[in-house]
Design a protein around this ligand. Sequence first.
Ligand SMILES: O=C(CO)[C@H](O)[C@H](O)COP(=O)(O)O
Length: 285
Amino acid sequence: MSTSESALPAQEQARLVEESKRLAAFQAVKDHLLPSYTKIGIGSGSTVVYVVDAIAALGPAITKSMTFYPTGAQSEELIEAAGLNLAYISKLPSGTQLDVAFDGADEVDDDLNLIKGGGACLWQEKIVAAAAKKFVCVADFRKLSPRLGTAWKKGIPIEVLPMAAPRVLDALKQMGSHGARIRPGLPGKAGAIVTDNGMWIIDAPFAPLLLPKDSEKGLHAENESSGVWTVDALADRLIKLPGVAEIGLFYGQSGLEVASGAQKPVAAYFGMADGSVEVRGAGAS
Ligand SMILES: O=C(CO)[C@H](O)[C@H](O)COP(=O)(O)O
């Protein structure tokens, strides 16, 4: 949030953020949900609520031929509450892709790499995003960052098998994440947060993650324990730690570059504080 926005009273700031999510969601749906589409992925979080609002606003004449695939319990409820057709990715016939998937993010960098998992749904979110021909990210202006880990300081969410958590924490420390910790449950719940998949989440802070273009500026990852990593090197390393089920880094090639299995969005829509929508990547299709 810029100085001018953070000077606003808290209530006005919150209103601005909500309005920016809504604007981004309606624009993304307008640009990327074609009436001919039949299979749509729906992500998790507070921004996706507006995506579902935008889809429902198209009316049953358009949406009745569409089926919606959730990324967890929250989006399942959203789809049902909006009266949209619900199905599960486990029932998507092999060899079939979703036409498009919409989801939020905790942070988005200049290369459209994402941090996701603030809402603990990252595993199913990655499966649904990678199953889509086109993955579109929707966010408010606070999520736009030059490098991951600049604005989002809570750490990279990592979904782990509970019995492996202490070993994963040891490994993260060696990799330079000194503040890594198991995410606690919601107030009133003792112990760790438990994901829709029965796993725990570790949040692992790292120094802002470098991009390929940073090496041209003389910025390099040093050694492992320095905690300075490029996005790809860190992601490749984290996913190989025994006990790690999935990581909240969505990285690699985008859906425009690979036929299927992309984790990165083809486009990211940001609602801005001035009421505009900034689009990074591919616009309308
Ligand atoms: O990754 C996610 C949940 O696991 C969400 O997409 C992310 O946390 C953004 O949420 P919000 O739209 O509420 O800011």
